[in-house]
Write a protein that binds this ligand. Structure first.
Ligand code: PRP
Ligand code: ZN
Length: 288
């Protein structure tokens, strides 16, 4: 062991690229991932272990990895005690019931007596129990989407993200069973090794800064001097906006950090208040 913080990531799947992208935005200089099991960051004491996502909670519990990035779906399904130390805001998906396009499933009760194939038997069982519904669960280890066409099951219960997998297999999504996103997990609230704990605190601070920056934009515009109060009322800025003088006497420049999703709601009001030359820029990091 080299004393580096060991982070487990999904080897190949929905979360792999986005996890690496997050780490790179956190300033980690990571070699292009190929088929290697472990990659070490060049500028941070971090080893990345590439594993099957279903195995990550177990490896974190056993101390093979100190922390891991995995979907909430896997944590719930595996029932291995772990602590979610950071919600990461990507990898959002839903575990859903889906059925062949040429069949009908009008209400949830229609699944009674049917056979459902899934790699999430625990979550599905709990869901059926909570709705007092009785259906037969067939546990598969993968390729659930082909079960109906093979005649193995009437329905499936699987992760839907973009919906491409369902579409390609002529399946329609219906009822939602569980919502999930990527999270950072650890076996305990703090790591035993003091140095690793420091690295983890640093990494988490960087992750939070990237996440805040992602949901924020930098807004710049010019406004007539006399509409400043009105403009300030319209902008849901994190802090009070920066106001700068312009060469033109009765004009001001206003800069503010705003939540990304609010821009299109306030643009009309800003223009009505006389704002012009409006620029909206991405933010790479935002440290609070
Ligand atoms: C899930 C699921 C589908 C795919 C759905 O796999 O099993 O294959 O994602 O995504 P889509 O709606 O965007 O097509 P996952 O990445 O979790 O890999 P795993 O099944 O190997 O864990
Ligand atoms: Zn998996």
């Amino acid at each position: 062991m080299n004393g580096n913080l060991r982070l487990a990531l999904q080897k190949k799947g929905r979360l792999t690229d986005k996890s690496l992208e997050l780490l790179r935005l956190c300033g980690m200089d990571i070699e292009n991932y190929s088929e290697r099991l472990v990659v070490t960051a060049r500028n941070f004491p971090l080893d990345i272990l590439f594993l099957r996502d279903d195995d990550i909670p177990e490896y974190v519990r056993d101390g093979v990895a100190d922390v891991g990035i995995v979907g909430e779906d896997v944590i719930y399904e595996k029932q291995i005690p772990s602590i979610i130390i950071e919600k990461l805001g990507f990898g959002r998906c839903s575990l859903m019931l889906a059925y062949p396009e040429n069949r009908e499933l009008k209400k949830l009760e229609d699944i009674v007596g049917k056979t459902i194939a899934t790699t999430y038997p625990k979550i599905l069982k709990d869901f059926l129990k909570s709705k007092s519904l009785d259906a037969k669960i067939i546990e598969l280890s993968g390729s659930v989407e082909i079960a109906p066409s093979l005649g193995v099951a009437d329905l499936i219960c699987d992760i839907v993200s973009t919906g491409n997998t369902l579409m390609m297999n002529k399946l329609k999504k219906s009822f939602k069973v569980f919502d999930s996103e990527a999270v950072l997990i650890s076996a305990n609230s703090s790591l035993k090794d003091e140095n690793k704990n420091k690295y983890l605190t640093d990494l988490r601070r960087r992750m939070r800064s990237v996440m805040t920056a992602r949901s924020s934009k930098y807004l710049m515009m010019n406004i007539p001097k006399d509409s400043l109060i009105k403009i300030i009322e319209i902008i849901p800025s994190l802090k009070s906006p920066t106001v700068l003088h312009l060469a033109e006497e009765n004009m001001l420049a206003v800069h503010a950090v705003i939540p990304s999703d609010s821009f299109w709601q306030i643009i009309g009001d800003l223009k009505a208040a006389g704002a012009s030359g409006i620029l909206l820029l991405p933010i790479e990091n935002l440290i609070q």
